[in-house]
Ligand binder design. Structure first.
Ligand code: PLP
Length: 409
């Protein structure tokens, strides 16, 4: 173990043998000039595709003026970004950071601090849901409660409890005088593109109101237009008290945000939280550029139309190749193919990549499709025909195997 050759980059990822050099809209190009259709978007990050001209322009313009400025001073691009997120959401105020996990850390701190300041300091516990993913920091792996992410990193932080998603009875049994907040992804991403029933979100909102708990949404993956509305929760009647954003927010420039209401934010006085880089002028300029496009007249309508087209085609594949695809999950352009027993999602992802289509695996033997929101008919047809070619081939292999079994005496 000690003498094993160690790559200079810490090998915490199992990397595919490909290195990309350049991107253009929905396509990536590797070092040999080979073209790939990017239906992973760096895991729901590059939501306007690669090298979007408007994002390149705003990044360059900001780079020539000011890169970094401490939060000890006013930051114009940050104020603009906060104003716009507030205007278009449930929130009254926003804190900026650099990643999804950091946005969740802020959300957890806000919830506890709010309960503390209103005279309920014993309310510390954040209740989360099976299959959740909230990041890789100590607090967020404790919140996610995924044994694979915790193994060897104990002690798990206290103050988290997990219940099955959709199970109100189990939730009722866990809520007590130490509960501070309920934390949920409106659509679970890493967990396998698992839609959370809107009725369940509405029930969580009611429970939170009745028992003075806070409702926290993790929209790090499902937010920022991915479902065809700016935020996934807008499809439901249930708004949160706190919401974490990251991934698509910067379109590829690292930035996270934690949004909340004036009531909760009242507990977050000067000195209670902070970040050196959070809300940096470059990051905020690019995030403003992302919003320029997302909030443009018909952009989200376009996302809904593209999503409807892609979903219809995926459904058709599921019906045509039931031996490969057991079902289709998700909403908008956050979609998952449930891979049938006997085939693994990792194998499908690898073979699609060999055919020039990038996708991402998720739990539950799901292959995630998270294309950039700018895709149109051409990219959808290309992706579907790549998938169909592979499924046809695999289906043939399966049929041959069965035939062989049946003819073997
Ligand atoms: C990716 C993700 C995170 C963590 O974001 P990082 O930027 O990797 O820290 C948290 N929650 C959800 C739902 C995510 O998909």
């Amino acid at each position: 173990m000690l003498n094993a050759p160690m790559p200079s980059v810490l090998p915490v990822y199992k990397r595919a043998p490909v290195t990309f050099e350049r991107g253009e809209a929905a396509y990536l190009f590797d070092r040999d000039g080979r073209r790939y259709l990017d239906f992973g978007s760096g895991i729901a990050v590059t939501l306007l595709g690669h090298a979007h001209p408007h994002l390149v322009d705003v990044l360059k313009a900001q780079a020539e003026r000011l890169w970094h400025c401490s939060n000890l001073y006013g930051i114009e691009a940050q104020e603009q970004l906060a104003d716009r997120l507030v205007e278009h959401s449930f929130a009254d105020t926003a804190f900026f950071c650099n990643s999804g996990a950091e946005a969740l850390e802020c959300a957890i701190k806000m919830a506890r601090r709010f309960q503390h300041e209103r005279g309920q300091p014993e309310r510390k516990t954040i209740i989360t849901f099976d299959g959740a993913f909230h990041g890789r920091t100590m607090a967020t792996i404790s919140a996610g409660a995924n044994p694979k992410h915790l193994d060897g990193f104990e002690p798990v932080l206290p103050g988290f409890a997990t219940v099955p998603a959709g199970d109100l009875e189990a939730l009722d049994q866990v809520i007590d005088q130490t509960t501070a907040a309920l934390l949920i992804e409106p659509i679970q991403g890493e967990g396998g593109i698992r839609n959370i029933d809107f009725g369940f979100l509405e029930a969580l909102r009611r429970i939170a109101d009745e028992q003075d708990l806070l409702l926290i949404y993790d929209e790090v993956q499902c937010g920022m237009g991915r479902t065809g509305k700016l935020f996934a929760y807008e499809w439901s009647e249930a708004t949160p008290d706190i919401m974490a954003l990251a991934k698509g927010l910067g379109g590829g420039f690292p930035i996270g945000a934690c949004l909340t209401t004036a009531r909760v934010a009242g507990a977050m006085t000067p000195g209670t939280h902070g970040s050196t880089f959070g809300g940096n002028p470059l990051a905020c300029a690019v995030a403003n550029g992302v919003l320029d496009v997302l909030l443009e007249g018909a952009f989200l309508d376009h996302v809904q139309e593209a999503a409807a087209r892609l979903q219809t085609e995926m459904q058709r594949l599921a019906e045509a190749y039931p031996g490969i695809v057991a079902g289709v999950r998700g909403r908008g352009l956050m979609l998952g193919l449930e891979i049938a027993d006997g085939v693994t999602n990792a194998d499908i992802v690898t073979r699609l990549m060999d055919n020039g289509l990038l996708t991402v695996p998720a739990a539950d033997n799901v292959v995630r499709l998270l294309p950039p929101l700018i895709i149109g008919e051409v990219e959808i047809e290309e992706a579907i025909s790549s998938m169909e070619a592979l499924f046809k081939e695999l289906d043939g292999d399966k049929a041959n195997n069965v035939a062989e079994l049946e003819t073997t005496p």
